[in-house]
Every structure is written in structure tokens, then in C-alpha cells.
Design a protein around this ligand. Sequence first.
Ligand code: E4P
Length: 213
Amino acid sequence: MKIFIDSANTGEIIRCLGTGLVDGVTTNPSLLRKVGKDPIEVYKSLEQLGVEDVSMEVVGNLQQMEKQANKLISMFGDICTVKLPMNQDGLKLCKYLASNGVRTNVTLIFNAAQALLAAKAGATYVSPFVGRIDDQGYSGLEVVRSIADLYKTTGFSTQVLAASIRTPHRAVRSYYNGADVVTMPSPVFWQMFEHVLTESGLRQFEVDYETFN
Ligand code: E4P
């Protein structure tokens, strides 16, 4: 069971890494745009912080994506997971990279049919977008479940990476539904630590503890 942080904000990521509970980071062009930094600079910072698995997204046609992927692999080596779109060019590149031992994450997955093709192309991870599926009036968690079941039945070793997670409930239920990894924004990660009864219980224990001194 792995926890990834879905962010390009290095300040946020440093805090999360400090817990010792984080296994990797996923980024995308929108998250990178939000922090207003050059993607390569962000990846360099993550490398210096010791993050072992960083999803770095490539875009464009096959040739453009291949060029970007080669650059990222040569710069970042083992920490680089090439994040590819769920389309024909994305899966062609996925197959090529997988046959060369490169980790891949096929993103923008919305159903089990897409996940099946991505696994067939050798993807290390597939990313079903739980929140965006929910937004369409369907159950993102059911899609996670159907992909996990499908991989169990067919024997694919591709890992299910639940993405587009907006609440601790969706994060936890993703694992219940068979996700191997959940990538979550840092606020969701912090909310997972909290419960109102933990806080009030701790306050009372501190008050009682003081009576011994
Ligand atoms: C991560 O891999 C995805 O790009 C991300 O979780 C998408 O999240 P969003 O639907 O909140 O933009």
C-alpha cells in the first residue's frame, strides 16, 4: 500500500515527506502551472529531497512525447515515472518504454476498458480519476474496483493508482476497492491524521498528565 502526494508545490511536499509515510509524488501540467515554476526545476528539487518515484507528464504527439520522455529519463533516471496520456500514441510509447524497463503511469483513465489496454501496453501504473468520475455522476470507486478485479482475473501486474482524490474517505475507500497506490493533495493527507475525538482525548490526557508533576 503506497501513498503518493499529488502536488508540484515543493514546500507542501517537504512537509509531507517529513512524516516518513510518503512513497512518491505525482505531478501534471496543471499542478506545475499553479506553482509557476519550470517543471525541470521542480523535478530537480524533488530529486534532491530524495523522492524515489516522481510521475513526470509528457504531452503532444508520439515524437514530441518520446523526445520529452528521453530527456526526463536521461536527467532523472530511476526516480522518473513517465506519465502518459490514455490514447493511441500514449500507449505506443508506454509499450516501448516498458520494454526498456522504464516505469510508466497511464493517466486520464475513466473506465476498465482503458485500464485493460494500458496494462496490455505494459504500464507500471494506471491512474483512474476518482473525483472526476464522481463529477460525471458515476462512481469513481466502482471504477477502481472493476480495474483491480480485472487485473486480478487477468493476471496483469499493473498497479492501480487512484487519482483525483478530494477527501480522506475517497482515499481510504480506494484502498478498500483494490488500489495499490493513492495519490492525494496534501490537505487530504493531513486530514487523514485528524479526528475531533483524537484532539479532545489528547487535550484531556495532557491535562491529567500535568497532575503528576
Ligand atoms: C494525478 O495523477 C492526476 O493528474 C490528478 O490527481 C488529477 O486531479 P484533479 O482531478 O483534482 O485535477
